[in-house]
Ligand binder design. Structure first.
Ligand code: PLP
Length: 338
């Protein structure tokens, strides 16, 4: 199967930029959900810990268990506890499932500041705190999520304002239960919208991996892509002029042409919509349909670079780098190259 190569230099470059932007490593929570956006959760967790990061964010408890040794606390975005682990903080996305949280677990309350996806309405903050306390849970944080920090609009300002306002109420209501609350709002794009970070923490995913894309009129930090995807050659042949390659013979050689098939297909995350039109960063054309486990390129290299920035592949299939990264096959080999 193909190989994912990871650059420590790029990761360090990105962490340096993020640290500088938010004013300290202790404010950074690295988002490692979905296998660290395809990079490999344990590899990135280790590297982030070595850099001095102490907070992490995942989606599931299962993911938190995999990396728990590396961090002081792990925020679990969308799951219910089966264990009470003092390191794990579970997000309360809605009051209707509060009974599913085991007594004694630490939770953080998600507030809806305008995205209207998950979270409790601002006018229900007090009610939420009382319900959390009644369920025997300890609330250790209040958070929200930005809906359009990467685009030039006033949305960011309104959500920032709403969060700053509810912070004051949360501190007041939380006193009753002697909760020590932390506050966090920003994702990657959010941290680059302001030169000062007024929250206790930020949740950084895509910027860590070097694939943040902001509107061109917004700050675009010099982040570097951490991940590149490589295919290993399975076979080579010379197509005679007029021969066609792969399912339905979508590509036809117009002259005698050397082509090779590599061991990556749509089952490994190579989105099939790139069939017959994608060109690699080194100018190598993808020929014909992408199969489940392989794809043919105009090359005879043993090891072929498919992409070194997920945003480029994403462009070829009409999606975003996040989706390309998150869909990379868990079973692909992953290795550091520097
Ligand atoms: C995925 C996620 C993040 C990270 O977003 P990026 O844009 O990748 O930085 C932050 N917060 C929440 C709640 C998320 O689900």
């Amino acid at each position: 199967m193909g190989t994912i190569k990871l650059s420590r230099e790029a990761l360090k470059n990105n962490l340096d930029i993020i640290t500088h932007q938010v004013g300290g490593k202790d404010k950074i929570a690295v988002v490692l959900k979905d296998n660290a956006y395809g990079h490999g959760a344990v590899l990135i967790a280790q590297a982030a810990r070595d850099y001095g990061i102490t907070h992490a964010v995942v989606r599931l408890e299962r993911e938190a268990l995999e990396i728990s040794e590396f961090f002081e606390d792990i925020l679990i975005l969308s799951d219910f506890p089966t264990v009470v682990n003092p390191k794990f903080h579970y997000v309360v996305n809605s009051l209707c499932y509060l009974k599913k949280f085991l007594k004694g677990t630490k939770v953080e309350l998600k507030m809806d500041t305008g995205m209207h996806r998950n979270g409790v309405r601002i006018d229900e903050l007090k009610k939420a705190f009382d319900a959390i306390a009644a369920q025997g849970l300890e609330c250790v944080g209040v958070m929200s999520h930005l809906k359009s920090a990467d685009t030039l609009s006033s949305e960011w300002f309104w959500q920032r304002y709403a969060f700053d306002t509810l912070k004051k109420d949360a501190l007041k209501f939380g006193q009753k239960y002697q909760w020590n609350l932390r506050f966090h709002l920003s994702n990657s794009a959010g941290i680059f919208r302001s030169s000062e970070c007024s929250d206790d923490m930020v949740r950084v995913g895509i910027a860590l991996y070097g694939c943040l894309q902001m509107d061109i009129s917004l700050p675009n930090p010099q982040l570097q892509s951490v991940l590149s995807l490589w295919g290993d050659k399975i076979s080579t042949r010379t197509l005679r002029a007029g021969e066609r390659v792969g399912y339905n013979g979508l590509y036809e050689a117009s002259y005698d042409e050397v082509v090779s098939t590599y061991d990556l297909g749509y089952a490994n995350g190579l989105d099939r919509l790139a069939s017959n039109h994608y060109v690699t960063p080194n100018g190598v054309a993808l020929l014909g349909r992408i199969s489940m486990d392989c794809a043919t390129f105009a090359s005879d290299e043993h090891e072929l670079l498919i992409f070194d920035n997920a945003n480029e592949y994403a462009k070829a299939v009409g999606t975003i780098g996040y989706e390309i990264l998150a869909c990379l096959d868990k079973d692909l080999k992953r290795e550091w190259v520097d």
